[in-house]
Design a protein around this ligand. Structure first.
Ligand code: FES
Ligand SMILES: [Fe+2]
Length: 345
């Protein structure tokens, strides 16, 4: 297998050092259920990718045929791999070229293999790392309860946001906006108070336990929590762009939502949202998809219109309120990873 050189692609929208820093991390690029034998297109950090499955193995590679540069996503598949439409070169396991139709009896030069990237399948998603460093591998994010008995796994269809991943993730961590943006779905416009909470740094970001009386039943539901019930929202931030939220419903009911923001470019983000829950298992998952999408859509206008588009890591550049402790922990964490003014345009 030939591993791609970790160099920023042409027309990259990130600073080269920041691109490399991001390229060393794992990012989701597709739902596992959307990847079969046929080539699927994806873009990560301005890099055009082709994703396909051959003999059970997922391949993520640069979407450029090593012969004359035609995108493999224009091609098709047969049992043995994906076939480039221009001269029919075919690529199979590990991105290796296994057929040259115009000279079938000649050995295949190694130079004709695809430039492939590290790949992992987890939480129903395909994750890739464009600059995988075997000496110092970065861990994948974790997700509470995903594999626990009694939990159902749901994977919402991906969708795009015209904004920077950092702004979107910060919005997911923001507990003060529920009463303003999410009142048609779960929040209460009359419950705006944000009680104290304190994020704790971890090896890969931070966690925050946020207790409040803001419920999480859909606004349309007849369910109500017992009088005086305090809801716990447990956030786990895995830098740079994946957070999970575990919502503690009354009793043992738990809802876990992963907010995995995949940076297509510095201005476009592809959202993945695996969900795990141990209640309402009889409700069709399409209803969960629809409700989840409504919540995300409520955030869209804010995330797409914030200025600057990127995230100021210098804390003096924006004003903060006490409810922003998680946002501040997030910006500090990114700064500590080495990102600088790059997040500010
Ligand atoms: S460009 Fe792909 S086979 Fe020639
Ligand atoms: Fe939100």
């Amino acid at each position: 297998m030939k591993t791609a050189l970790p160099t920023p692609p042409a027309h990259c929208t990130f600073e080269p050092e920041d691109w490399l820093r991001l390229a060393k991390c794992w990012h989701p690029v597709a739902r596992a259920c959307d990847i079969g034998a046929a080539p699927v297109k994806a873009t990560l950090l301005d890099e055009q990718l082709v994703i396909y499955r051959v003999k059970g193995q997922v391949v993520v590679a640069r979407d450029v045929c090593p012969h004359r540069g035609v995108p493999l996503t224009l091609g098709f598949h047969d049992e043995e791999g994906i076939v480039c439409p221009y001269h029919g070169l075919r690529f199979g396991e590990d991105g290796r070229c296994n057929r040259i139709p115009s000279s079938p009896d000649q050995p295949v030069p190694a130079k004709l293999n695809l430039l492939t990237f590290a790949v992992e399948e987890r939480f129903g998603l395909i994750w890739t790392c464009l600059a995988f460093d075997a000496e110092n591998p970065q861990p994948l994010p974790t997700m509470p309860h995903w594999d626990d008995e009694g939990f159902q796994q749901i994977n919402c269809p991906a969708f795009e946001v015209n904004g920077f991943a950092g702004r979107q993730v910060e919005g997911f961590l923001d507990v003060a906006h529920f009463a303003w943006i999410h009142t048609d779905t779960f929040a209460d416009a009359n419950n705006q108070f944000v009680p104290d909470y304190s994020p704790q740094e971890t090896e890969f970001g931070f966690i925050a336990d946020y207790w409040s009386s803001v419920g999480n039943y859909p606004a349309s539901s007849d369910y109500r929590a017992p009088e005086g019930f305090q809801w716990l929202r447990h956030f786990e931030m895995h830098l740079p762009f994946t957070a999970t939220l575990t919502i503690h419903f009354p009793g043992e009911a738990r809802l876990v939502i992963m907010n995995a923001a995949s940076p297509v470019s510095s201005r476009v983000t592809r959202m993945f949202a695996p969900i795990a829950r141990n209640f309402d298992l009889h409700i069709p998952i399409e209803e969960v998809h629809a409700f989840n999408l409504r919540v995300f859509e409520e955030d869209r206008l804010m995330v797409e219109t914030q200025r600057p588009e990127r995230l100021p890591l210098d804390l003096t550049l924006e004003a903060h309120i006490p409810a922003d402790r998680s946002s501040i922990a997030y910006r500090r964490g990114l700064k500590k990873m080495g990102f600088g003014e790059f997040f500010l345009v």
